[in-house]
Ligand binder design. Structure first.
Ligand code: B1M
Length: 224
């Protein structure tokens, strides 16, 4: 019988598939990919697999990360396992018309090439059921504007790791104001040198110190 809890448990352990060797005593046992496929084959509703298997597991990862029980490597391997499961159900979700809970565009601002933290935020947001348009690194203000104007982002996320690129966040907000669409979108910012007081100073709607708080903040800003 399909075991959604096993999907969540394997995701938390970062066991993407049968070849994953962590922890060693589980070698040869099915990982997230095989368990998700088995659940699909048994006819379990894909939304149930997503919510009670993959997202449930990622929620635990988020809490452990916030509590410093998990660090970046554990989150990255859990995210890889999430991707393995998502790869199986994504086409089915599209077919079943399962709607994402919100549409977010996120990028590292112009001049800044750091993306490890931004990628964690992206993974956590996807894990929480958001549709995420990952714009990438070194993103100019016009690209953020385009993501809102043409691609329907309800929330824009910006990441900066350099004190010298933090002002680019303000430039993006000004570009949205200039385009007359600032009031159509919520803005959230993050990155090691960024603070709540900086968010207040530049007029961002929210700040998150880490990826899982980023998910909470995104839900709060979109009233989810
Ligand atoms: Co760079 N680098 N780096 N670097 N680098 C820092 C940031 C630095 C603090 C190192 C130092 O000097 N101690 C320093 C900045 C100093 C400053 O501005 N005050 C620095 C520098 C100076 C530079 C270069 C200028 C070095 C040089 O070339 N002379 C150069 C700049 C390149 C550029 O961007 N234009 C540079 C280059 C690089 C590498 C390419 C080598 C590499 C980046 C690889 C990559 O990202 N693909 C790199 C790295 C790895 C670092 C450190 C070591 C680690 C950053 C990291 O990934 N942390 C960093 C020192 C440090 O922080 N210890 C450093 C882990 C990551 C999970 O955390 O990104 O903070 P973080 O993300 C967190 C939160 O901040 C938050 O959630 C994440 C998960 O919890 N968060 C958000 C992040 N974005 C968010 C967005 C949100 C919400 C939350 O909403 C949208």
């Amino acid at each position: 019988m399909a075991d959604l809890k096993a999907i969540a448990d394997n995701l938390i352990k970062g066991r993407a598939d049968v070849n994953s060797t962590m922890p060693p005593e589980m070698k040869g046992q099915p990982g997230v990919k095989e368990l998700v496929r088995a659940a699909v084959d048994e006819g379990v509703d894909v939304e149930k697999i997503l919510n009670e298997g993959l997202i449930a597991g990622m929620d635990v990862v988020g809490v452990r990360f916030k509590n410093n029980e998990f660090y970046v490597p554990e989150v990255l391997i859990a995210a890889r396992a999430m991707h393995a499961g998502m790869g199986v159900i994504q086409p089915l979700l599209a077919k079943a018309g399962v709607k994402p809970i919100g549409n977010i565009a996120i990028g590292t601002v112009k001049g800044d090439l750091h993306d490890i933290g931004k990628n964690l935020v992206v993974m956590m947001l996807k894990g929480a059921g958001f549709q995420v348009n990952d714009l990438g690194i070194d993103i100019p203000p016009e690209r953020f504007v385009e993501a809102v104007e043409k691609e329907g982002a309800q929330l824009v996320g910006m990441s900066a790791l350099l004190t010298t690129t933090m002002p680019s966040m303000k430039t993006v907000i000004e570009a949205l104001e200039k385009a007359g669409i600032r009031n159509k979108v919520k803005m959230i910012i993050g990155g090691a040198p960024v603070t709540q007081s900086y968010a207040d100073e530049i007029g961002a709607d929210g700040y998150a110190p880490d990826a899982s708080t980023g998910v909470d903040k995104a839900k709060e800003l979109l009233s989810l």
